[in-house]
Design a binder for this molecule. Structure first.
Ligand code: MG
Length: 158
């Protein structure tokens, strides 16, 4: 059996925060605002996984109202979510992602981001892909006030 899941997230960008994508820090004068570390891509992939397995969503499992998740490492949340997915007998077929931000450019760190996701999801690097897009100067993303991420995940269970 196979199941597909979709995840989407957006975070504000402000000065004085780190810009993290799947645990990889990008050089930037702004970073993601969030109750956790704000890692927008980790959150989108977590939701895609949880949705595919029919477990829930990131907000229900790791609620921002819970002080335990304040400044949390979002890759730890992703690994926790993946552990639940694995416990139910699922494995990753592939994960495909889009990150939309005006800057910084993703290409120089894309391989690191793929490897970071593949390591967390215990799958080969070629089962993970990450694309970078810009907001074409339009809207909060295009004005460099926000970063957005989308992810789809295919799971299979024998
Ligand atoms: Mg989020």
């Amino acid at each position: 059996m196979t199941r597909i899941g979709l995840g989407k997230d957006l975070h504000r960008l402000i000065k004085g925060r780190r810009f993290l994508l799947a645990g990889v820090e990008l050089e930037s004068d702004r970073g993601e605002l969030g109750h956790s570390d704000g890692d927008v891509l980790a959150h989108a992939v977590t939701d895609a996984l949880l949705g595919a397995a029919g477990i829930g969503d990131i907000g229900a499992l790791f609620p921002p109202s819970d002080p335990a998740w304040k400044d949390a490492d979002s890759m730890t949340l992703l690994r926790n979510a993946f552990a639940m997915v694995k416990d139910r007998g699922w494995r990753i077929v592939n994960v495909d992602c889009v990150v939309i931000c005006e800057k910084p450019r993703l290409l120089p760190v894309r391989e690191n981001i793929r490897l970071s996701l593949a390591a967390a999801l215990e799958c080969p690097a070629d089962a993970v892909f990450v694309k970078g897009k810009t907001g074409e100067g339009l809207g909060p993303v295009g004005e460099n006030r926000a970063v957005e991420a989308e992810a789809v995940c295919l799971l299979e269970r024998p």
